[in-house]
Design a protein. Structure first.
Length: 429
């Protein structure tokens, strides 16, 4: 082969194998940093995330890095009202054939819109059927819940989303601020598409962690009546049916504020920080059908009206004393109970089964007889004086949820006492 031929072949190989790849790489490096290309990349990521999450996604920048992508200034908004729901300072995304890993930096959620966020994610992430997708794994050192100027946080957050044709599963693990890192709570949410109609169920296991009940008030407003310091430790299993939620609860409520629970809602006075041990609570269609447990309180104050109402409505025995004032101090409250849809049975603790409430002088309230009472009698005790009388049955439950209900006349009810018979005597001269 001639020298000139070899030289042409070498030049061709150099151009083909060295120069052109170098020019291509250099040109690509220049193009990917041009504003039009960056805008296209940003729009592509926004569209991809919006389709995946069902939210309006706004991103400040998207920068590729070795092995992944860094996204800055993430804001997830309500697609209808355009209010912000989630803000994330940064996210590092790495993708493989089987898994997409996302490490979040400083995420925060708007607490007052948390129900809306969960509704949107439930519809798009859990209810969306399709072929199996790569598993999404999200991690964050902390997650702030922004509400009323405060930001309680969850730490060591780990979240896994596994979407399959037969259903979607969401697994979340976290620790609570101020508690040890090994005290992890776990939440599992699953959408089952193998039944007709498909249903969503969830289960929560706190382990040794204590969760503030106030964190759940956005879904269950009644939890706010337990007080700001009330915590829950235990397990909850729940499934959403066509007529409401079915659930099983076992665990302990600590630091229940009885003043907030009773005094602020009903025409009686009861104070103290109590503990409620739930051996088992079963709910069907959103109503408690079976429950057993023990209520304990180390002391507080109780109104004479509540003791009188308990005696009349629950057939308990009130140990009245001549010197008793309208408001009494008690040193112990211990109530063991068992409830079903027909009966409520009550007793004191094992060492004194007849005594429910006592002070330094002895029992204030005790079990008069072991005969069960109706669960409705608890309502009669809490609201003993009311001009509105309606039948409380399963048949009228739908009307109770539909019709407007009157409020308690607090001033009249609080001061009301049983009418005593006083004979009229006429004196003649």
């Amino acid at each position: 082969m001639r020298f000139s031929t070899r030289r042409r072949l070498c030049r061709g190989a150099f151009v083909l194998l060295c120069l052109l790849p170098t020019v291509f790489v250099a040109g690509a490096a220049v193009v990917v940093h041009t504003p039009p290309y960056r805008a296209l990349r940003l729009a592509a990521w926004q569209s991809r995330l919006a389709d995946r999450l069902g939210l309006d996604v706004q991103l400040a920048s998207v920068e590729p890095q070795s092995g992944g992508t860094v996204i800055l200034g993430i804001e997830l908004r309500d697609p209808e009202s355009h209010e912000w729901l989630v803000r994330i300072r940064s996210a590092e995304v790495t993708t493989s054939d089987l898994m997409t890993c996302v490490e979040l930096g400083q995420p925060e959620i708007r607490y007052d819109r948390l129900t809306r966020l969960t509704e949107l994610l439930h519809e798009r992430v859990l209810m969306r059927a399709g072929p199996r997708e790569p598993v999404w794994q999200l991690e964050a050192p902390s997650l702030a819940l922004r509400r009323d100027g405060q930001a309680p946080s969850l730490h060591n957050l780990q979240c896994v989303v596994d979407s399959r044709p037969e259903g979607t599963e969401l697994l979340v693990a976290f620790t609570v601020a101020g508690q040890a890192a090994d005290r992890r709570a776990r939440l599992r949410v699953a959408r089952n598409r193998q039944i007709d109609p498909p249903a969503t169920g969830w289960e929560l296991h706190t382990g040794s962690a204590d969760l503030l009940c106030s964190l759940g008030t956005v879904w269950f407003p009644g939890l706010g009546n337990l007080g700001d310091q009330c915590t829950f430790r235990g397990s909850i299993w729940a499934e959403q049916g066509s007529d409401g939620w079915n659930a099983d609860v076992a665990g302990t409520l600590r630091d229940m504020d009885l003043d907030h629970l009773v005094t602020s809602q009903f025409p009686h006075k009861l104070t103290g920080m109590a503990e409620l041990v739930m051996h088992g609570v079963r709910m069907h269609q959103g109503r408690v059908v079976k429950a057993s447990g023990q209520l304990r309180c180390g002391g507080g104050a109780v109104s004479r009206s509540l003791l009188d109402a308990a005696e009349r409505a629950l057939q308990l025995q009130h140990h009245a004393r001549a010197e008793d004032a309208p408001l009494l101090e008690y040193g112990q409250l211990a109530l063991c109970f068992s409830l079903d849809d027909r009966n409520l049975t009550m007793s004191g603790p094992a060492d004194s089964p007849a005594t429910i409430m006592a002070d330094t002088q002895g029992p204030l309230l005790s079990v008069n007889q072991s005969q069960p009472v109706s669960p409705v009698d608890v309502l009669r005790m809490l609201v003993p004086h009311n001009d509105v009388h309606v039948p409380a049955t399963r048949e009228t439950a739908g009307l109770f949820r539909t019709l407007p209900l009157p409020r308690i006349a607090r001033s009249a009810a609080r001061d009301a006492r049983p009418t005593e018979y006083t004979p009229l005597r006429l004196r003649t001269r």
